[in-house]
Unconditional design. Structure first.
Length: 229
């Protein structure tokens, strides 16, 4: 996913990207959901979510430390899948706190990351409670793209595969002056039309709108330049 905001600075996020235990957990979590038939939740996905969560807040003027915590939350948000998909947000939040404090991260910062992870999933009634949690929601729900589909055999696609595969570009557009956040999708309508996207992801878009409102912004979703949400 592309964004029109500045890159991350050197940070805890960057350190954790190269931590062997963290990498092993990310890989195992993705292995678990792959066995269940879900789209990619591995290194590419969590890195993109972390980068974009940080960038959303950077564009809105939040300080580097808050942006870094949002990035860390994005990187670690799906580790709970190691324990199974059901309840992965709450399960992951608890052991992420332990992972971070074991690495010398102050308890207040670790708690912020824990809170964001615990609240990122719509099926677990997650809700934005602070800036990093809101940014994580927006970045995670914006990760719709054909690179997440594990197979290229269209005859094997389920509805999630088909809709994700239809999206050839996804961009979060953050306009600080206008206080607006837009998810702009470029879609190959041979695979899915806007109604398919809205039917599948309306609850995620609603959660993202709530998160954007927490940050004082409006939220919209556009497909090939047309607003669908």
């Amino acid at each position: 996913m592309q964004s029109n905001v500045t890159s991350l600075r050197s940070s805890l996020f960057k350190q954790l990207q190269h931590d062997p235990e963290i990498i092993a957990l990310i890989d195992k979590a993705d292995e678990v959901v792959a066995a269940m038939g879900y789209t990619d939740h591995g290194r590419r996905h969590v890195t993109m979510v972390g980068v974009n969560a940080s960038r959303v807040l950077a564009r809105l003027g939040y300080d580097a430390q808050v942006c870094d915590l949002a990035a860390v939350a994005g990187l670690l948000h799906d580790l709970g899948n190691c324990a199974g998909r059901h309840g992965h947000a709450s399960a992951g939040a608890v052991f992420v706190y332990q992972l971070l404090t074991a690495r010398g991260v102050p308890s207040s910062a670790a708690a912020t990351v824990m809170t964001a992870i615990a609240n990122h999933d719509e099926l677990e009634q997650g809700t934005p409670v602070d800036a990093p949690s809101a940014a994580l929601i927006i970045a995670d729900k914006a990760e719709i793209h054909r690179s997440r589909v594990r197979t290229r055999r269209s005859e094997d696609f389920d509805i999630h595969d088909r809709v994700n595969y239809a999206v050839v570009k996804a961009e979060l557009d953050v306009q600080a002056a206008e206080k607006s956040i837009s998810l702009r999708l470029t879609v190959d309508q041979e695979y899915a039309v806007p109604a398919d996207i809205l039917d599948l992801f309306s609850s995620r878009f609603a959660m993202s709108r709530s998160a954007a409102e927490f940050l004082g912004c409006s939220y919209s979703v556009l497909v090939n330049g047309e607003t669908i949400f």
